[in-house]
Design a protein around this ligand. Structure first.
Ligand code: AP5
Ligand code: MG
Length: 214
């Protein structure tokens, strides 16, 4: 099962992608997580990506496409994968379709997690991310057992640099301009499904399971 998660910054793509990956036993591939790992390790890719990410801008397509195309060809992807944060532009979607078509494959489901802009800024200011394993929490909606400490690995939690309100507003603008056209793209491909992302995390997941099947 090959799945794409669509949705505004903070819609809950990562939250739901992790749950999908666990239930269906497929890898969760997040381009944002890949870039953040590269930034943490000080790689050339990370240094390049950081200049864009810190401003709330998209990393150029040429730095993203090959990375994902190589990743989905790896052995652990034979039974499918859930892509989170990719594609994010029409050229990225076209490049992915082309690369998959060349090996006789295609995306099965594009799931749009729909959350209005009004909810997003509040949500992002409460998000906390682990400096160690990257797990994501929320002060109100997905709290840790011990405040400020990751449940999974015990490391410290921080507010992501790009989750400050001004940068979130910029990211939302970029989303509407460059990523939202993918809704039409996947509607035309006949594989788009929309779920309400404003309800409880577990209810959003149930709506997704209803689409994907048990
Ligand atoms: P990326 O990391 O993908 O950021 P994003 O798309 O802006 O999405 P987020 O990770 O911020 O949100 P999410 O939808 O995953 O929400 P989450 O589940 O955490 O990308 C970062 C940057 O990298 C980009 O800006 C760009 O520069 C670059 N980049 C990445 N991919 C790229 C690409 N393909 N091309 C070019 N550039 C690229 O949830 C948010 C919060 O809400 C959490 O605290 C969570 O606990 C909470 N929450 C989740 N669901 C609910 C719910 N139902 N109710 C209440 N709270 C909830
Ligand atoms: Mg995410």
């Amino acid at each position: 099962m090959k799945i794409i998660m669509l949705g505004a910054p903070g819609a809950g793509k990562g939250t739901q992608a992790k749950k999908i990956a666990a239930k269906y036993n497929i890898p969760h591939i997040s381009t944002g997580d890949i870039f953040r790992a590269n930034i943490k390790n000080g790689t050339e890719l990370g240094n390049k990506a950081k200049t864009y990410m810190d401003q709330g801008l998209l990393v150029p397509d040429e730095l993203v496409v090959d990375l994902v195309v190589d990743r989905v060809r790896q052995e652990d992807c034979v039974n499918g994968y859930v892509l989170d944060g990719f594609p994010r532009t029409i050229p990225q979607a076209e490049a992915l379709d082309k690369a998959l078509a060349a090996i006789g494959e295609k995306i099965d489901h594009a799931i749009d997690v729909n959350v209005p802009d009004e909810n997003i800024v509040h949500r992002m200011s409460g998000r906390r991310a682990c400096v160690g394993c990257g797990a994501t929490y929320h002060l109100e909606y997905a709290p840790t057992k011990e405040e400020g400490i990751c449940d999974a690995c015990g490391k410290e939690l921080i507010l992501r640099d790009d989750d400050k309100p001004e940068t979130v507003k910029k990211r939302l603008g970029v989303y509407h301009e460059q990523t939202q056209p993918l809704i039409d793209y996947y509607t035309n491909a006949g594989i788009l499904k929309t779920v309400d992302g404003t309800i409880d995390i577990n209810d959003v997941f149930q709506a997704i399971v209803d689409i994907l099947g048990e």
